[in-house]
Design a protein around this ligand. Structure first.
Ligand code: ZN
Length: 706
């Protein structure tokens, strides 16, 4: 390899902030190679002269991370917000090496041994809580990766890991292929009667992509087909969620709905794409891994690195949420059945009827459209409202600082955060608008720089807030839907934990080191303020008339929040309970197969139990091909925490500004300030004065109240 001049590479400067305006795709490979080489050399040095002390081991390890922070961190960020073919190929060229280096560090045997001796040394007691948590987390990661196993066991462990990785890829591919393999073509316009324009458009487009006459006159399947238009068809129905969901809500033909529903719940359950065997093998290998690591079940290994103390605690949460939701779900069922009967339906409703009739009931009760809401939510006004809120809650001031930092696009804003004494605490970028040509969809918060402090130096935290809102058009400002407002508050909540951290060590500062099932606490907590009338109305002003959001629309937004809350809750519980059951109590050699387990649980979690034919486990990617195995409960766990945290403000009195601020400061100094530096259960107790309780979540959802 020829040596490359990296002196002028903008990824390798020590400027305080990444040079986002100058980084080019061609900078990536030389910079990351240089960084990897330097890191490799330092790691080898470190491994040969290991000192089991904080200064001799953890500090140099943290310095390794610094190498990547401004370089690889910036590249990954641009990959999400300013992608291009050139950047993608550069990124892919180095990605494998970066990942491999990270694994090499976290699975290093000499480092593992040194961490263990540090724990047994006299210095251990002198380390602060955050430092001890950092060491413990590194040891746990290594333990769970099998680093501590003896040779023969380690071989079995690695073999299981490899096989599992293959199985989850197969699982995913089968779901993808099975989803693709299904279609229904509709030519009779009567059958799409009632479809909204967006669904007609989608089904027509899908038809043309698959069967239409392309420019070159060659149809994909070689046979002659007409070109579709949304008005005249033909229309193609698929099992892709953007089609499947609206289809079941709007298709008036009951038999067609049944056909599509049955296809959906049996995806990847027979023929070449059958995932049934794979499910069994995955469960067996996970159990084997857990036993090799000295745990009783796979669920126990999953919970070892989470906030929830054990399976019992998760079961207790499931039980109380289920009990409180059941009657409401029964009532939900009665409501739609009554509406269906009033409209002339004579048969009892089945699974494939529920989305359709719930949608009719929703329209009847509180229909509103995004287009009615948007004019009241101009981005600048919403931002100001959100910044006023955090000033009031947490005594911090957010000020625009555009121009203080190089940015990757003209729309990107930059802000500083100061405390009440005028101390600069942190800064953040906000990239608010969608740019389909080069920016990933969705919304996220990411750290740009972590807080790092010692006697001589302080690096202030810097965050990225990324949304995909509607850009301004002409002289119309950016106008947001309610969902976009909620999303902005959500991401800002994550951001606040990063921006207001008081932890000095990057591995535990902000969201770093926070257990996975507790990470959504600050984000969902902030969403609650969108349903607080004075806060929400205070940041609305019709962009033409200046009028605040009409109360009637606010009431509809609140009613929509709790619509069919019992049914929704039970549905999530069914996923979570099935996941936990399969990874904890399930006996592969027992009488029940995994599908029977799901059916048994559905009798407690669905007013209409799952059909015998239901094979939806075969497409449950969260737990068989994603990171949610024995972790699906986390969604509800975090909602319990965030609702309970918000209820501290309700108890203090939302109309009492001083009480709200006192509670806010306590939230800032515990949940936001301590980050990963203390166990999240302890942090929660510090804030709330007790363990989390599900009552507030149930109350906010209108559940479980007599
Ligand atoms: Zn989140």
């Amino acid at each position: 390899m020829t040596s490359v001049d990296t002196r002028d590479n903008p990824l390798l400067t020590d400027a305080p902030l990444p040079a986002f305006d100058r980084i080019e795709p061609s900078d990536v490979v030389p910079a990351i190679h240089a960084i990897l080489q330097a890191a490799q050399t330092r790691l080898e040095q470190l491994e040969t002269q290991l000192e089991p002390t904080w200064a001799g081991l953890l500090r140099p390890l943290a310095e390794l991370d610094v190498l990547f922070e401004r370089s690889w961190g910036a590249v990954s960020h641009l990959f999400g917000v300013k992608n291009s073919d050139a950047l993608r190929s550069a990124y892919e060229e180095v990605l494998g090496d970066v990942v491999a280096f990270g694994l090499r560090v976290s699975q290093s045997e000499p480092i593992y041994a040194a961490l263990k001796s540090l724990k047994q040394s006299a210095e251990w007691e002198r380390l602060c809580e955050a430092q001890q948590r950092i060491v413990d987390a590194k040891l746990l990661t290594a333990d769970l990766a099998g680093v501590g196993l003896a040779d023969e066991q380690r071989q079995r462990f690695n073999a299981a890991e490899q096989r599992l990785s293959q199985l989850s890829t197969d699982f995913s591919n089968h779901v993808l292929d099975a989803t693709k393999a299904f279609e229904i073509l509709i030519e009779d316009a009567q059958q799409v009667d009632g479809f909204p324009p967006s669904l007609l458009q989608l089904c027509s487009q899908s038809y043309n992509q698959e069967h239409g006459q392309p420019e070159d006159g060659q149809t994909k399947h070689g046979d002659e087909h007409p070109q579709s238009t949304p008005e005249t068809g033909p229309w193609r129905i698929t099992l892709d969620l953007p089609c499947y969901g609206p289809f079941l809500q709007h298709c008036r033909d009951r038999r067609l709905r049944e056909q599509v529903y049955r296809a959906f719940i049996t995806r990847a359950s027979d023929g070449d794409l059958n995932n049934s065997q794979i499910i069994g093998e995955i469960l067996r290998l996970r159990q084997e891994k857990a036993e090799l690591l000295g745990y009783e079940t796979f669920a126990a290994t999953s919970l070892a690195k989470k906030m929830a103390p054990d399976v019992d605690a998760v079961d207790t949460m499931f039980h109380s949420l289920r009990t409180a939701s059941w009657d409401a779900a029964v009532q939900d069922m009665r409501d739609v059945q009554t509406l269906a009967e009033d409209t002339g339906e004579t048969e009892p409703l089945q699974h494939w009827d529920l989305p359709f009739w719930s949608e009719r009931l929703r329209e009847q009760r509180f229909d509103y459209t995004d287009e009615q809401i948007r004019p009241y939510f101009a981005l600048d006004r919403v931002l100001q409202g959100m910044f006023d809120l955090v000033k009031h809650l947490f005594a911090v001031t957010v000020t625009a600082a555009d121009g203080d930092a190089p940015v990757w696009h003209d729309d990107v804003r930059f802000f500083h955060v100061h405390d009440d004494n005028g101390n600069h605490l942190s800064s953040f970028y906000l990239d608010p608008f969608s740019r389909p040509e080069n920016k990933r969809g969705g919304a996220w918060m990411n750290d740009c720089l972590a807080r790092r402090a010692d006697q001589t130096d302080l690096q202030r935290p810097v965050a990225h807030l990324v949304c995909n809102g509607t850009p301004p058009v002409g002289d119309k400002p950016s106008l947001m839907t309610f969902r976009e407002v909620e999303t902005l508050f959500h991401e800002f909540g994550h951001g606040l934990q990063h921006l207001l951290t008081r932890v000095d060590y990057p591995d535990a500062a902000g969201i770093n080191g926070v257990e996975w099932d507790a990470v959504e606490l600050p984000s969902q907590f902030m969403e609650n303020w969108c349903y607080h009338k004075p806060t929400l109305l205070g940041m609305t002003a019709h962009y033409e008339t200046g009028e605040p959001l009409p109360e009637e629309l606010f009431d509809k937004i609140c009613a929509a929040r709790t619509y069919r809350a019992g049914t929704q809750m039970l549905r999530q519980l069914q996923f979570g309970m099935t996941d936990m059951e399969l990874h904890h109590r399930f006996d592969l050699a027992g009488d029940e197969d995994p599908f029977a387990v799901q059916r048994r649980i559905s009798r407690d979690t669905s007013v209409l139990p799952a059909l015998d034919a239901d094979r939806s486990l075969c497409s449950f990617q969260h737990i068989f091909a994603g990171g949610y195995a024995a972790g699906y409960y986390s969604y509800k766990w975090a909602e319990v925490l965030s609702a309970d945290a918000f209820s501290a403000f309700e108890e203090a009195g939302l109309d009492d500004p001083q009480a709200v601020q006192e509670t806010g400061i306590r939230f800032r100094d515990t949940v936001l300030g301590l980050g990963g530096g203390r166990h999240p259960m302890q942090v929660f107790r510090d804030f709330r004065g007790r363990d989390p309780q599900p009552d507030a979540l149930l109350r906010h959802n209108g559940l479980g109240q007599p």
